[in-house]
Design a protein around this ligand. Sequence first.
Ligand code: ZN
Length: 304
Amino acid sequence: MSMSHAEKQEAFRQGLLEHRILIQTQVPGIFGHAAPFDAVIRKLEARIDREVAGEAERVYFPPVLAREVVRSTGYMENFPTLCGSVHSFTGDGALHSALVERVKQGGDWGEFLEQSQVVLVPSACYPLYPTLEGELPPGGKLFDLVGHVFRHEPSDDPTRMQAFRQRENVRLGSADEVAAWCEGWLQRSIRVLSALELPVRLDLATDPFFGRGGRMMKATQRAQELKHEVTVALFSEERPLAITSINNHQDHFGHVFGIHGADGGYAHSACIGFGLERIALALFHTHGFELEGWPAGVRDALEL
Ligand code: ZN
């Protein structure tokens, strides 16, 4: 009898832990990275460095983001269940005693906290856009960044982590410039990931917009072909794993943050996001738990 999607997923999770590739924590979807996993992620980053070297301006942002960005971009309308909001204690001595009592009891101490100015970054490119208010240079801009992101979706599926890293390139410019850049990466991402001997496929995709309004957003996104994913069928053909996504935001961020093109109109933007943990997981699933046993072509491509 063949194994179900869920059984294959659980067997893979057990294998990752037994071979000390991932380290289990107390929370589903939060994993430590053991040496082989950490090594593969570093090599993947170096591979992407070689691919995009010299093209883009490298920037860095910490894993927290102004809560105002989440408000102004409509994130809570579209993805309310995924957001991680940061709250801290700001009360007096009496309130502190009540807080400590609640903490000791192991209860929910949320009511004693105040919402801070920051949330956890939901997508690596979000912190960038508000810094770009104003006019872009002719030809637009290209940025390269890596960031920790958080999505509140606890799961036993090792490929659905709550905290992970996205390596992104972000293009801003005219509608034509941005569309052409996306088009280029559809082929280029397949070439880069195929060289790792992963059985990749390019799929039209949608973001997990929330609720009834979300169905409309998904339909529009699909009809306009604004999101593509590079996927690998790890556990089943029906529910493949997205390891990289290419997203055309059109003028959404340009409009929200007042970013203008050289022609005066709102800038368009797009990003390619490589899911570093997911690519690493696809590699371990496809080529085995022992790095030494991976095909020579893969080891060469990653300079392992
Ligand atoms: Zn992005």
